[in-house]
Design a protein around this ligand. Sequence first.
Ligand code: DX5
Ligand code: ZN
Length: 227
Amino acid sequence: MVEILPSILSADFAHLGEAVAAVERGGATVIHVDVMDGHFVPNITIGPPVVKSLRKATKLPLDCHLMIERPDEFIPAFAEAGADWVSVHVEACRHLHRTLELIAQKGMKPGVVINPATPVESTLEILPMVHHVLVMSVNPGFGGQKFIPFSLEKIRKLVNLRQEMGLQFRIEVDGGVAQETIAQIVHSGAELLVAGNAIYGAGDPERNMRELLARAQRAANAQITPQ
Ligand code: DX5
Ligand code: ZN
């Protein structure tokens, strides 16, 4: 099933409760939370205290995308704050297997993230451990960037690997997901679509959410209905 995960990175941080309520009315099923430390990526955003407040504002699962160095040091605090899914970057983890085990031990769903320049194959050994694989389709750090087309090929590779290995992990894509790009992304096989700017950048987030989801669902249906 295709789902849109609004990224609150592009929302008004002074009104996050309303930002989340609006997309929930529009059909959002998971909220994407971008955590940046100013070291792994050239930007700083939010941490466990904000996750704790979001936890009170919504019942939807909180998908925390950690763009930070030394994630192990912060994973317990995210669990405490109420995070549901936690993903870490291959590029930021010296002991990725240990980090994924820690996330699972803390009762959260572990995910692995790969930057645009990182090959899908770098996740091969740990694929049986993850709930989701997040393919970055922009270089992480900022919202509103342009979708990198070769990400589609990486998603297709993951779909094939999942089938060959008999696994169940979900495939998530993050960066540049918008009305113009969403159909090809769905056709490539991604099912968890993160969208920041397309939802919170301009206009009404509830309506943007509804329209983006409708387009994603149309693209998914077109794929299964013979033409
Ligand atoms: C980028 C973040 C994304 C970002 C996506 O570093 O990981 O989640 O919010 O934003 P858009 O949808 O604007 O490309
Ligand atoms: Zn993200």
